[in-house]
Design a protein around this ligand. Structure first.
Ligand code: PEP
Ligand code: MG
Length: 322
């Protein structure tokens, strides 16, 4: 089987009836690019920049960040690279950033909330990103967006940083797409409104499931509630994809669910445009997708959206693929 998959490294990802989707990779550092190339990644769908900030004693400088972003953009040679701005807090702490202990870190001061409040951190990262933008196809994505106000503010800060760079004679790419992670239920519900302002969505199911089901993704005792195929999750995912398409935007997914063999047929049927996963899952996913037909998966996804439980959805997909 592995040998069969290896033949797909340089192939596009297409269903048997000719529908193309993009299979991208999630990475944490420029070193991960080797695995992306070996496994035929068509882009980077999620560059988790927090690893640049972790395991050290101080913030990475603008220059250090610029080098890392440039390395990834050049390494991908013009293929799309979605860089997520800093998503620290929650379970991810920095030793040099003292934050008060919180009762509910996953519901607390993290990601874009922190970046909008401590703007020097955010602006330094945006400067590095915008400077790097001329070296490839950069797309910028904000994490943990809960309201339109947050998105607008983040975008406004970015516009200021861009203006400052241009005024000091630094080149910045013209049409950088700016999108958001959809990982908070309020944002999924409001996707039709967001879709008018963002360039793309990337659905972060790792958090979207935890927040929708109110089940801590790290807590084994409630892991039975961590249900990717629960129709509640599938309906939210459908809302986000439909909202994007209605405005002519694209929708991707970068949570674990994007590489899940039971979820993939449903997501194809729902019209997901981009699947971002760990590089090692790409070839298997490409092989699976090449055996599916878009028309059949549309029907399957309509059917499972009418089902009642996670288990029944799972069973229906497995039966349909037999
Ligand atoms: C997600 O929440 O689905 C996601 C991709 O982000 P992270 O796992 O880094 O929280
Ligand atoms: Mg997340």
């Amino acid at each position: 089987q592995k040998a069969e998959w290896a033949k797909l490294v340089h192939e596009q990802t297409t269903t048997k009836d000719g529908h193309h989707v993009e299979l991208a990779a999630n990475i944490g550092t420029p070193k991960d690019l080797e695995g992306v190339h070996q496994n035929g990644g068509e882009g980077i769908g999620l560059y988790r920049t927090e690893f640049l900030y972790m395991g050290r004693n101080d913030f990475p400088s603008e220059e250090e960040q610029f080098e890392a972003y440039k390395a990834v953009l050049e390494g991908m040679a013009g293929k799309p690279v979605v860089v997520r701005t800093l998503d620290i807090g929650g379970d991810k702490e920095l030793p040099y950033l003292e934050l008060p202990k919180e009762m509910n870190p996953f519901l607390g001061y993290r990601a874009i909330r922190l970046c909008l409040n401590e703007q020097e951190i955010f602006r330094t990262q945006l400067r590095a990103l915008l400077r790097a933008s001329v070296h490839g196809d950069l797309k910028i994505m904000f994490p943990m967006i809960a309201t339109l106000a947050e998105f607008r503010e983040a975008k406004a800060v970015m516009a200021e940083v861009r203006q400052e760079l241009l005024e000091s004679g630094v080149q910045v790419a013209e049409n950088i797409e700016v999108g958001i992670m959809v990982e908070i239920p309020s944002t999924a519900v409001m996707a039709d409104v967001f879709a008018k302002e963002v360039d793309f969505f990337s659905i972060g199911t790792n958090d979207l499931i935890q927040y929708t089901m109110a089940a801590d993704r790290m807590n084994e005792r409630v892991s039975y509630l961590y249900q990717p195929y629960n129709p509640a999750i599938l309906r939210l995912v459908k809302m986000v994809i439909d909202a994007a398409h209605k405005e002519g935007k694209w929708a991707g997914m970068c949570g674990e669910m994007a590489g899940d063999e039971v979820a993939i047929p449903i997501l194809i049927g729902l019209g997901l445009d981009e699947f971002s996963m760990s590089a090692t899952s790409i070839l298997k996913a490409r092989s699976l997708i090449s055996q599916l037909s878009l028309e059949d998966m549309k029907k399957l996804s309509q059917d499972v959206l009418e089902l009642d439980t996670n288990d029944n959805v799972k069973e229906a997909v497995i039966n349909a693929l037999k």
